[in-house]
Ligand binder design. Structure first.
Ligand SMILES: *Cc1c(COP(=O)(O)O)cnc(C)c1O
Length: 365
């Protein structure tokens, strides 16, 4: 069969990037702005890279309206490393083993819980496990610990397709830590409601290898003594993410993505497009019972949309037909099965429309 002319990549991560960003990176690959160097070859302390870094930081700060009392850190280690780095930095208060409250909404918060147990007492304040992780437990069922070091939530469960549609209302002394890896920059947020936000870049920002941490100043003081210096937020902040060599090329690409988002109208404009894209796709999945998405209506993710074919013996045929049409990486996560379409910021409306057309065709509508 001939190669499809247009490819749409529904990977959950590393994931699709804006084509114009990749084109710009390609054109600057060998010689960045007349410097005679690729960004990959530059000293992270030289004026060229410092200008790239400062612009990326400023643009991200503007896009998310990050208040001045929050630091933005460009780190390495991915979201999973943060599961250890966060307790090492935030759970050291008073020399006592601290307690961390968690809301267990799926695979990623589950991994965070497992790792945090190595550093602190963990209280699972609420869990969606009994319902097969198809919703966020309502806040009036949460059993929070008085005096907990912080509350950890995963605001978009990438594998389960469950997204928060609210910001928890808690005692202002309880910092909320939010894993936003798979939906950061997809919707407007009020950063001041959170103590710390973190996100691996490879879902909605840029290349793997970069992790963004946005942390309130006052939370930099309670690190455990064993916390490695390169992961010690205060040290990283004092060195403007240059305590050790940061992932320079990933920061450069992320910066191009931030500039691109600004040119597109910023996060609010992306949110409107994401609402429309998700509406189109869920509408096609809900049209009859040929396909099934099991997530509660008010918790459905706009970014990651898992679904099942009613007749699962057709799975391979579905995926082969999709591939032939240039619709790639639709196979669901191995722990869940079925299919998953990730429709991040960089997935154009035409990509979602092409998938919807295929869904309708395959279902014989
Ligand atoms: C992908 C993902 C992670 C893990 O990221 P790594 O970079 O592989 O460590 C953590 N949390 C969420 C919500 C994710 O989607």
């Amino acid at each position: 069969m001939a190669q499809p002319t247009q490819i749409h990549n529904f990977s959950a991560g590393p994931a699709v990037l804006p084509k114009v960003v990749l084109q710009q990176a390609a054109s600057e690959m060998l010689d960045w702005h007349g410097s005679g160097m690729s960004v990959m070859e530059m000293s992270h302390r030289g004026p060229e890279f410092i200008s790239i870094y400062k612009q990326a930081e400023a643009d991200l700060r503007e896009l998310l309206a990050v208040p001045p009392n929050y630091k933005i850190l460009f780190m390495q280690g991915g979201g999973l490393a943060q599961n250890a780095i966060i307790p090492m930095n935030l759970a050291g208060c008073c020399g006592q083993p601290a307690t961390i409250d968690f809301i267990h909404t799926g695979t990623w918060s589950g991994k965070s819980i497992k790792e945090a147990k190595r550093y602190a007492n963990v209280n699972i304040a609420a869990s969606g496990e009994a319902g097969g992780f198809t919703s966020v437990p309502p806040q009036d069922t949460w059993r929070l610990t008085p005096g907990a070091a912080y509350l950890h939530i995963c605001t978009n469960e990438t594998i389960d397709g469950v997204e928060y549609n609210f910001v928890p209302k808690v005692d202002p002394r309880l910092p909320i830590v939010a894993d936003m890896s798979s939906h950061i920059l997809s919707r407007t947020i009020d950063v001041s409601q959170y103590g710390l936000i973190f996100a691996g870049a490879q879902k909605n920002i840029g290349p793997a290898g970069l992790t963004i941490v946005i942390v309130r100043d006052d939370l930099l003081e309670d690190a455990l003594p064993d916390c490695p210096s390169a992961f010690h937020y205060k040290t990283v902040a004092e060195h403007e993410s240059m305590f050790n060599t940061p992932p320079t090329y990933a920061i450069y690409i992320a910066g191009l993505v931030f500039a691109h988002l600004k040119a597109q109208g910023g996060v609010a404009a992306m949110e409107q497009r994401n609402i429309e894209k998700a509406r189109l796709l869920y509408e096609a999945l809900d049209a009859d019972d040929f396909y099934q998405n099991r997530v509660a209506l008010d918790c459905r993710s706009r970014m990651n949309i898992p679904f099942f074919l009613r007749d699962e013996s057709l799975n391979e045929q579905f995926l082969a037909g999709a591939k032939a049409r240039g619709l790639l990486q639709l196979k669901g996560h191995k722990s869940v099965g079925g299919m998953r379409a990730s429709i991040y910021n960089a997935m154009p409306l035409e990509g979602v429309q092409a998938l919807v057309d295929y869904l309708n065709e395959f279902a014989g509508r």
